[in-house]
Ligand binder design. Structure first.
Ligand code: SAH
Length: 217
């Protein structure tokens, strides 16, 4: 029997997302609409709505649904915003973002992952997402400034280039700490020089590999 993914998705949002305190209606709506089963490897599709990360090619992972929802909610996005994501991976978070804001740019260092994500996002009709290939630890200056920046990989510090590419009143959410475990931090740009930082709690992400991350890899 074909699994009923729509039902699994509705259940996932009710239990894992709304049930754990995510309130932003745009985030909830996006989580209810994006078909996560298309972003995981085919053999993992029965587990697409499980409460954990799953493997994707190149030894990377698609994040746990709750963690993605939590990070996106922390960005406090508006429909007119332009957002930069570092670490496209499967493209799942980019698809969610595309339902919430006007314009999404996402950067992936693994060329194959970038290709797969680009193809998948286009096939599913997410046409306000641009997928770029390169080292996102230095951001993506061509389309800066960004109202929101979300980093899906952990680095030792918030890369100075990302801070520079944040708009005034822009928000950045990123795991910062050691290679093996990090704290999720939110940075808000108050003006040209001033940023305020909040600690949102412990997380575990794959490393941000790049010039302003963990070396060149
Ligand atoms: N947002 C993704 C999860 C990505 S996992 C999703 O929804 O599926 C983190 C991704 O960051 C990996 O694909 C990894 O290759 C990528 N990455 C690590 N360092 C990077 C860098 N410097 N620039 C761009 N991507 C990077």
């Amino acid at each position: 029997m074909k699994p009923d993914f729509a039902q699994q998705r509705a259940h996932m949002v009710a239990e894992q997302i709304e049930g754990r305190g995510i309130k932003d209606t745009a985030v909830l709506q996006a989580m209810r609409s994006v078909p996560r089963e298309h972003f995981v490897l085919e053999e993992y599709s029965p587990y697409a709505y499980d409460d954990n990360p799953l493997p994707i090619p190149a030894h990377q992972t698609i994040s746990q649904p709750y963690v993605v929802a939590f990070m996106i909610e922390a960005l406090r996005l508006q429909p007119t915003d332009k957002v930069l994501e570092i670490g496209t991976g499967s493209g799942y978070a980019a698809a969610l973002l595309s339902q919430i804001v006007a314009e999404v740019h996402t950067v992936e260092r693994h060329q194959k992952l970038m290709w797969y994500a680009q193809e998948r996002l286009a096939a599913l009709g997410y046409d306000n997402v641009s997928v770029h290939h390169g080292d996102g630890s230095m951001g993506w200056p061509a389309f800066a400034p960004y109202d929101g920046i979300i980093v899906a990989a952990g680095g030792p510090v918030v890369p100075p280039s990302l801070k520079k590419q944040l708009a005034d009143h822009g928000r950045l959410v990123m795991p910062v700490g050691k290679r093996s475990s990090q704290n999720l931090v939110r940075l808000v740009r108050r003006n040209e020089e001033k940023f305020t930082q909040t600690n949102l709690g412990p997380v575990k992400f794959v490393p941000l590999v790049g010039v302003e991350g963990w070396g060149r890899g």
